[in-house]
Design a binder for this molecule. Structure first.
Ligand code: ITT
Length: 197
């Protein structure tokens, strides 16, 4: 089976990626099996740029096909914030309840129907210093009036998905993956991998 290095330091992402790629004919490797290096600076202005920066950086550590992704939450009424800064919003150590409170404060004057938001996941696949495949998955929803649910991770408790009538933290892991950004992007990667073998 083709080795595939999944280059993420985020255990929640890794859990979801493992689930989506479970049926793919790849021997999934993690950064634990690669030389230890500091995290690269995510200096891109877009998710796609940052995904490529990470894939090229970690891809240089081994000869394996390497995938990295950059993801986050865009809130229209906040001009797309927190966007590529989702992991660093209010500082890298800020708690999610504190981040939710700040988002609600900034949206205080915004009516419910105008609270559109989306999760985006851009992934980039690299080998031998060359980009081999790139794709982006998105899911459209609304910022909920209050955090609800204990599933998922990150901003899931405030992301209301109208077709389910629930937040992404109130649905099962499989339900989330079937409709959400990371599930869609990595399903496209699984299709691409199938086409290669
Ligand atoms: P790597 O760069 O090592 O992969 P990271 O956590 O630094 O890990 P990002 O820079 O891509 O990753 O930041 C992603 C952030 O976006 C993540 O920490 C969450 O705050 C948010 N996010 C991404 N996907 C999410 C999801 O499915 N549900 C909730 N929040 C999510």
């Amino acid at each position: 089976m083709t080795p595939l290095l999944v280059a993420t330091t985020n255990a929640d992402k890794l859990r979801e990626i493992r689930a989506v790629l479970a049926g793919a004919a790849v021997d999934l490797r993690t950064l634990e099996a690669a030389p230890r290096v500091p995290e690269p600076e995510e200096s891109g202005l877009t998710f796609a740029e940052n995904a490529r920066i990470k894939a090229l950086y970690y891809g240089a550590l081994t000869s394996h096909l390497t995938v990295a992704e950059d993801s986050g939450l865009e809130i229209d009424a906040l001009g797309g914030e927190p966007g590529v800064r989702s992991a660093r919003f209010l500082g890298p150590g800020a708690s999610y309840p504190a981040r939710f409170a700040e988002i609600q404060r900034r949206l205080a004057e915004v009516p419910e129907h105008a609270r559109q938001a989306r999760f985006v996941c851009a992934l980039s696949v690299v080998q031998d210093g060359e980009v081999r495949f790139e794709t982006t998955g998105t899911i459209e929803g609304l910022i909920a009036a209050e955090a609800r649910g204990i599933g998922g991770f990150g901003y899931d408790p405030i992301f209301f998905y109208p077709p389910f009538g629930r937040t992404l933290a109130e649905v099962s892991a499989a339900e989330k993956l079937s409709v959400a950004h990371r599930g869609l992007a990595f399903s496209a990667l699984a299709d691409w991998l199938r086409g290669r073998v």
